[in-house]
Design a protein around this ligand. Structure first.
Ligand SMILES: CCCCC/C=C\C/C=C\CCCCCCCC(=O)SCCNC(=O)CCNC(=O)[C@H](O)C(C)(C)COP(=O)(O)OP(=O)(O)OC[C@H]1O[C@@H](n2cnc3c(N)ncnc32)[C@H](O)[C@@H]1OP(=O)(O)O
Ligand SMILES: NC(=O)C1=CN([C@@H]2O[C@H](COP(=O)(O)OP(=O)(O)OC[C@H]3O[C@@H](n4cnc5c(N)ncnc54)[C@H](OP(=O)(O)O)[C@@H]3O)[C@@H](O)[C@H]2O)C=CC1
Length: 501
């Protein structure tokens, strides 16, 4: 069998979602590790006042492509943008482009999706399911297609505790759902959405489950591969450690914790976030593309997480609201207590301070948005899943030693503390565009915040003393009793440690 690099040589690849987080890393890796790939056709829409061409040219200037640009300044010639709005009939691809793609594409990577947890059902269905169906129809017209790789999510079946590498029966027949929703107005759809999604937490996981079923329906006609990544995070090694460009999932959590805004979050202390670096997912995707040309199956990855707050203190973000000190608890009431004490109370005080300075209050608004975002993650951070991943081991055993290094997806080699450190630095550098040279000033700012906290706490104690203790005999008696008790305990402790010495 040809190696992965050899396999992609001379091949024309179609990628949807190439402007997204994962899509960009996939394009970069293909250009870097498979330099003889013939062409990368990417489906792109105009967006935010930018034409398709402007968006692609902007994307290729991104730091992510530095090593590819250095090796081959003409790399952009291999990237062929095709105008496409995936929510439109026929994906709004022109007939000429359909002809072109039908004649030359060998492999399709379908990454595009809406990954928002609060997406209205109709839109999520349109993009995640109907567009997938349309792409499959287009794929059937491709004369030289060898593999169709669909990127799903490990949480498509999160209503189950143990998830096998199989396509489960869909919660509803997608065709029937599409037909029923067609005539309903948005208000009705919104009302019935909770009933439809049932025991799934959001429209995202629900529509991704339907999409898997839609893809599976074509398995007799196409060579299909389905990949189910879990929580995709910053890069581990490639093209450099810590590459990240969005606020999704853990990135938003890291940033909010780093800025000292997020102090408490509901999560299961025993379970860990099922984090997987984006370069690992991309390596796996390319290996699956190579293998699917021969066989069909689906895959998923794994779990880990650790000492975030220490990393955030070592690499502080600029202008933090408070010192990073985020805690997780699985207890609802404890979490609500800390939200009140550590989120809402400081926000209120700060907004009061802003009002006194004649400025517009803003902290409460920021916290309300944070609570909405964190609330949407809670379902995933509070539970644990078991995933079967036999296919990953099988695929690994099929790779040549060179491919195992070049397209490494063996996360057992990953040093998690080092990865999390690079992830934090990545969010600082690439998401927030903060300069590493500002770290001493950011540390100084944290020290200032610590001094403000000490001063505030001292004032609070003096205030409490004045209001309660100095005015009430009973409070004074309790106070003396507590102080006396502490004193006795200290004397006993000192005496017993002298004896043992
Ligand atoms: C204390 C230690 C705890 C450690 C915990 C560690 C890990 C986290 C645990 C669990 C994570 C679970 C994640 C499960 C992932 C499942 C995997 C998948 O399959 S898909 C990928 C996941 N998808 C997402 O994460 C999308 C979630 N986001 C949304 O649904 C929406 O963005 C939203 C949160 C509902 C917010 O919507 P809203 O309309 O209010 O805002 P916008 O999205 O338009 O954004 C506006 C603005 O805000 C920025 N933004 C967005 N999200 C965040 C955020 N979390 N924190 C800060 N800022 C955020 C966004 O970039 C926009 O900025 P701008 O206007 O400048 O462009
Ligand atoms: N990120 C994660 O943690 C995980 C992601 N996944 C899956 O991986 C895939 C990629 O995710 P990720 O890269 O993070 O997502 P992004 O949101 O970063 O990228 C989504 C891509 O889809 C494109 N897209 C969205 N709507 C349309 C549309 N109407 N027409 C054309 N293109 C559109 C976007 O294009 P545009 O730039 O024009 O908006 C973008 O390129 C998805 O299928 C997702 O379900 C799975 C597990 C975890």
């Amino acid at each position: 069998m040809a190696s992965i690099t050899e396999y992609y040589a001379g091949k024309s690849v179609l990628i949807t979602g190439a402007t997204g987080f994962m899509g960009k890393v996939l394009v970069e890796k293909l250009l870097w590790s498979c330099p003889d790939v013939k062409a990368l056709y990417i489906l792109v829409r105009p967006k935010a006042g930018q034409t398709m061409e402007q968006r692609v040219s902007h994307m290729m200037k991104c730091k992510l492509f530095d090593r590819v640009r250095e090796a081959n300044p003409d790399f952009h010639k291999k990237i062929i943008p095709i105008s496409s709005e995936l929510t439109q009939p026929g994906l709004s691809i022109s007939p000429e482009d359909v002809e072109k793609l039908s004649a030359c594409i060998n492999i399709v990577f379908h990454c595009a999706a809406t990954i928002r947890f609060d997406e209205p059902l109709k839109h999520a269905l349109q993009l995640n399911v109907i567009a997938t169906q349309e792409l499959l129809s287009l794929a059937q017209r491709m004369h030289h297609l060898e593999a169709f790789i669909h990127i799903s999510t490990a949480y498509a079946n999160c209503n189950r505790k143990h998830i096998d590498e199989v396509i489960y029966p869909p919660p509803v027949e997608p065709k029937k759902l599409i037909e029923s929703l067609e005539w309903m107005d948005d208000g009705i759809v919104q009302d019935i959405t909770p009933r439809l999604i049932g025991d799934r937490p959001n429209t995202y996981t629900y529509t991704k489950a339907l999409a898997e079923y839609v893809v599976q329906q074509e398995q007799d006609k196409l060579n299909i591969g389905i990949i189910r990544p879990s929580i995709v995070g910053a890069s581990w090694q490639e093209p450099f450690p810590g590459w990240i460009d969005n606020f999704n999932g853990p990135s938003g959590v890291f940033i909010a914790a780093g800025k000292g805004i997020l102090r408490t979050m509901r999560a299961n202390n025993d379970a860990v976030a099922d984090l997987i670096p984006v370069d690992v997912v991309v390596n796996l995707t390319l290996a699956v593309g190579w293998y699917t040309a021969v066989k069909t199956y689906c895959l998923y990855p794994f779990k880990a997480f650790s000492k975030l707050v220490l990393c955030l203190k070592r690499n502080p973000l600029e202008q933090a609201f408070r010192r990073p000190n985020a805690n997780i608890t699985s207890n609802y009431l404890i979490n609500q207590y800390w939200i009140l004490v550590s989120h809402k109370f400081p926000a209120l005080i700060y907004d009061l301070f802003l009002r006194l300075c004649g400025q517009k209050p803003q902290m409460m608004r920021i916290f309300n948005r944070l609570h909405k975002a964190i609330g949407l993650l809670e379902y995933f951070s509070s539970q644990d899943w078991e995933w079967n991943s036999d296919n990953i081991s099988m695929l690994m055993s099929q790779l040549t030693p060179e491919d195992r290094t070049m397209f490494n997806f063996d996360v057992r080699q990953l040093n998690w503390p080092e990865y999390i450190e690079n992830y934090c630095i990545g969010t600082k550098k690439y998401v927030l565009n903060e300069d590493m040279s500002d770290i001493p000033a950011a540390r100084q700012h944290l020290r200032k915040l610590r001094n403000i906290r000490y001063t505030f706490n001292t004032l609070l104690v003096v205030f409490i003393w004045r209001v309660f203790i100095a005015r009430s005999q009973m409070a004074r008696n309790i106070w003396y009793f507590v102080v006396n008790l502490c004193f006795k305990f200290l004397s006993y402790f000192r005496a017993s440690s002298t004896l043992t010495n």
